[in-house]
Design a protein around this ligand. Structure first.
Ligand code: NAP
Length: 247
């Protein structure tokens, strides 16, 4: 599989799953733009990815919840590399709480970063992709967007919404050679899940047929497939990457 010289932008790529996606796409030859709300983290990650895989890589500070920041993010990618071929909407946050006690601000913040962020980024990235008549958009959803989850009404609504957005973008852009798919990870070993108590982690493990949490690399391989030339006839799909936890 080769994506030599394709330009890939990964939001929230400074660490965790996004960083692993950046590494995997660089491994198959992409030029990389890592965008993260933490500008220093984005720049450092881009420098490391560039050296490790001998590709050009740019780090950009960007908040996907802010329309002007997203416009500047895509503008920086196009200015540096002259094109944008692959967008991975990975930036995401959680603000968990039971429905009855969930604060309105926590609802708004999670919907804004996880769902509106993907909308804004897709809207900007679709322009240069349309120009090139080729594009791959991969949205990082979640297993809970399909299953629901206690204590995550905001996050689940955002991830289920992201799946709806994926299918609509797939339909609107199919004729321009742009595919849009989602990867729905199960429980992956990152800072997001390291925050869970041992009891909750043990409870999760009991529900995973493969008896392990996923790794960021497990998700990155699924993303790289959907971003590949070979996946050109796959669009509007959700690729579940969860060790069999949800079928
Ligand atoms: P993570 O380790 O918390 O990384 C998320 C990254 O996104 C961080 O670098 C963070 O920056 C960045 N970010 C947060 N808000 C942002 C914003 N407004 N604009 C730009 N960047 C922003 O999380 P992760 O576990 O790798 O999760 C990555 C994606 O996978 C998320 O969409 C998450 O919902 C999804 N997912 C994760 C799991 C899991 O089990 N871990 C399962 C299913 C789906 P800072 O470091 O500065 O905060």
């Amino acid at each position: 599989m080769s994506l030599r010289d394709r330009v890939a932008l990964i939001t929230g790529g400074g660490r965790g799953i996004g960083r692993a996606i950046a590494d995997r796409l660089a491994e198959v030859g992409c030029r990389i733009v890592i965008a993260d709300v933490d500008q220093g983290g984005a720049e450092q990650a881009a420098a490391e990815v560039g050296v490790a895989h001998e590709v050009d890589a740019l780090g950009v500070g960007a908040n996907v919840a802010d329309a002007s920041s997203v416009k500047a993010m895509v503008g920086a990618a196009v200015e540096e590399f002259g094109a944008l071929d692959i967008l991975v909407n990975n930036a995401g946050i959680t603000r968990d709480g039971l429905l009855l006690r969930m604060k309105e601000a926590d609802w708004d913040q999670v919907l804004t970063v996880n769902l509106k962020g993907a909308f804004l980024s897709t809207q900007q990235a679709a322009r240069p992709m349309s120009k090139g008549r080729w594009g791959r958009i991969v949205n990082i959803a979640s297993i809970v967007g399909a299953m629901g989850n206690v204590g995550q009404a905001n996050y689940v609504a955002a991830k289920a919404g992201l799946i709806g957005l994926t299918k609509t973008v797939a339909r609107e852009y199919a004729a321009r050679g742009i595919t849009c798919n989602a990867v729905a990870p199960g429980f992956i070993d990152t800072a997001m899940t390291q925050a869970l108590s041992d009891e909750i982690r043990a409870g999760l493990m009991a529900q995973i047929p493969m008896k392990r949490l996923g790794s960021p690399e497990d998700v990155a391989h699924a993303v790289a497939f959907l971003a590949s030339e070979e996946a050109g006839y796959v669009t509007g799909q959700v690729l579940h990457t969860n060790g069999g936890m949800y079928m």
